[in-house]
Design a protein around this ligand. Structure first.
Ligand SMILES: Nc1ncnc2c1ncn2[C@@H]1O[C@H](COP(=O)(O)OP(=O)(O)OP(=O)(O)O)[C@@H](O)[C@H]1O
Length: 595
């Protein structure tokens, strides 16, 4: 219950921040609506007593009050709905925005790869919309009900404290009604298989394809009997469920009806004895009828509030998880060139939530101004190494340094701004083609010239020939007029995106060209490596390339052979070939296959 109050309070505070006047108006109108019904009862009682006493002015005034209460009860809720509906929408947007900011603003990728995070996100996606404004309604209804129940209780207790037991009598119809609903649902589930079968049979008769076989096989009569049996079986199951449900609902309503009659008799007896007026009897008749409704509404409002509680506590969990992933504050300026290189010392890494070391005790130097290729079998740990270099994850043990300074001491955003990357699992940004490439360097996204140059460097300019509006073509099937690209074309755009940053300190290319044939990939990298060496001499930039194609790999200055999370061999192509180890063996096998 504390959680429900907390969730409600959080939603209330969120709505307050979003729009105070909408919230205040919603609350006032909902309370007005909720209070109007019970307040109509004493007005009705006063009207009756005044009429019986021949007091025309009193009766008129009371009638006016009844009219006002009824109008308020009928209309205030509709006006409130306009305000809280919008408020709910705004609350959803705010929570969604927060979710996007939280999960993308976070330093690493760890949260994306934690199953419980994915589960929570799934719940949030499903529940957020329904919860936020369903709960808004629940919250306001609860407030209104609190007021309505209090007024009703005071009015009834004034006449006879025993009448306060009436809400208890509203419980049986509610509980038995619930039970009846679950019985009907269970019956529907039981009836589903035979009813599906009956529908399938029915479909066979109306279908040209099956008609041929039904006739040739003489299956018609037999299938008709099957269909009827299936239908009878489904109907019987449903009928049984419905019959039990009606019985339970009727019992519940009867219990309330008996209590209602008893409550009325209690007041009628007092009225006959002269202790109460006829108006009082009418008051009880009216209020007792409302009690039933109030209890049912209170329960459904509580259920809505429980949904809010779930959403709000999930949001708290996500906030706490992501807050714990903030990188340490930077205390070193990132240099604008690499003088010596990037070093890994004793680096081991296991993915969060797992025990297996994907990288184990890696010692490695990526010298400034070089092109480094990483090779190894599937699952060896190549991509993981790249992810650590991009600081998507923090090494479990060991340290990574840039010219001797721990990488974590540099500002993360600045470090990322110095990286250009093409990933194996690239994104498909359904934007204009120019933007889809240009987001590789936001500052240049508007420059058609820069985007074209990047595509040229990625040897992907040919894509533009197939796009009706060239760079200004909308991409993706989410849009009616969006151009859908093949997997290979999307990959080329991703490579173009990686080429947008013209002078990165670190360029990582993790199999970004698997859709190209071996020759095209080779030519592309040869051209790229020549450019990278030129830039590298100036800035010390390092290119790290992951590829399974040895024809591409051989041109790298340094080749690392990764196996079981360790660097098994390192050296230039010639050195590794001369050593006659794993690299030489794999190279030999691949050249033989292409020979
Ligand atoms: N998010 C993750 N959570 C847990 N384990 C992971 C995760 N990503 C990768 N792994 C595991 O880490 C190991 C190394 O994966 P990695 O992607 O680094 O291999 P790779 O050498 O790049 O393989 P490939 O050549 O197939 O791309 C694999 O055993 C893989 O199952």
């Amino acid at each position: 219950m504390i959680d429900v109050v907390r969730g409600g309070w959080e939603l209330f505070a969120l709505s307050w921040r979003e729009s105070r006047y909408r919230l205040v108006l919603s609350v006032v109108l909902m309370i007005a609506q909720a209070a109007a019904m019970p307040l109509a009862a004493p007005a009705l009682a006063a009207l009756t007593d005044a009429a019986l006493a021949g007091d025309a002015r009193g009766a008129t005034a009371a009638a006016a009050l009844v009219a006002v209460a009824v109008v308020a009860a009928l209309t205030a809720g509709h006006f409130a709905h306009i305000f809280y509906f919008e408020l709910g929408d705004r609350a959803v947007l705010r929570l969604e925005r927060e979710l996007i900011v939280l999960s993308n603003g976070s330093a690493g990728l760890e949260h994306h790869e934690r199953p419980e995070y994915a589960d929570k996100l799934q719940v949030l996606r499903q529940e957020l919309h329904r919860a936020a404004w369903g709960s808004m309604e629940g919250l306001l209804n609860s407030l209104g009900l609190l007021v309505a129940i209090s007024i009703t209780a005071v009015l009834l207790a004034r006449l006879n404290p025993l009448l306060l037991l009436l809400p208890l009598a509203a419980a049986p119809p509610l509980l038995l009604g619930r039970r009846a609903e679950s019985i009907v649902n269970a019956a529907r589930e039981r009836a589903a298989p035979p009813s599906r079968h009956a529908r399938h049979m029915f479909g066979l008769f109306g279908n040209a394809a099956s008609a041929k076989e039904l006739r040739v096989g003489g299956l018609g009569p037999g299938f008709r009997i099957r269909q009827r049996h299936a239908w009878d079986s489904a109907s019987e199951k449903l009928w049984n469920g419905e019959r039990r449900a009606v019985l339970l609902r009727t019992t519940g309503q009867l219990i309330f009806a008996v209590s209602y009659v008893l409550a009325t008799l209690l007041v009628v007896r007092d009225a006959v004895a002269g202790r109460h007026s006829v108006g009082d009897v009418l008051l009880v008749l009216t209020l007792a009828g409302q009690v039933n409704q109030q209890v049912a509404s209170a329960v459904s409002a509580l259920q809505e509030m429980q949904r809010t509680t779930r959403v709000m506590s999930t949001m708290r969990w996500v906030r706490a998880l992501l807050a714990g992933m903030e990188p340490p504050p930077p205390d070193r300026e990132l240099p604008d060139r690499i003088r010596h290189g990037i070093e890994l010392r004793g680096v081991s890494f296991a993915y969060p939530g797992t025990d297996r070391a994907v990288l184990a005790d890696v010692d490695l130097t990526l010298p400034a101004g070089t092109t480094v290729a990483i090779v190894g079998e599937n699952g060896a740990g190549k991509t993981t190494l790249i992810k650590l270099l991009c600081r998507f994850y923090q090494a479990t043990t060991g340290v990574m340094t840039l010219d001797g300074t721990d990488l974590t001491r540099f500002d993360l955003a600045r470090w990322r701004a110095c990286i250009a990357a093409g990933f194996q699992d690239f994104a498909r940004f359904e934007l204009l083609a120019r933007e889809s490439v240009g987001v590789g360097e936001l500052a240049d996204i508007k420059s058609t010239e820069d985007v074209r140059k990047a595509l040229r460097r990625a040897r992907a300019e040919d894509i533009l020939d197939r796009l009706d509006n060239g760079l200004e073509t909308q991409l993706g099937k989410s849009y009616a007029d969006g151009a859908e690209l093949s997997g290979g074309q999307w990959q080329k755009l991703a490579l173009g995106r990686a080429m947008m940053r013209q002078a990165p300190l670190l360029l990582v290319l993790d199999e970004p060209t698997s859709a190209l044939d071996a020759q095209a990939e080779h030519e592309l990298f040869e051209q790229y490596a020549a450019g990278a060496r030129r830039v590298g001499q100036r800035t010390g930039a390092i290119t790290v390339l992951v590829s399974h194609r040895f024809s591409t790999v051989r041109m790298a200055d340094l080749i690392l052979v990764v196996a079981d999370g360790r660097i098994k061999e390192r050296g230039s192509h010639d050195e590794l070939m001369a050593a006659g180890g794993l690299y030489a063996e794999l190279y030999g096998m691949q050249s033989a296959a292409y020979a």
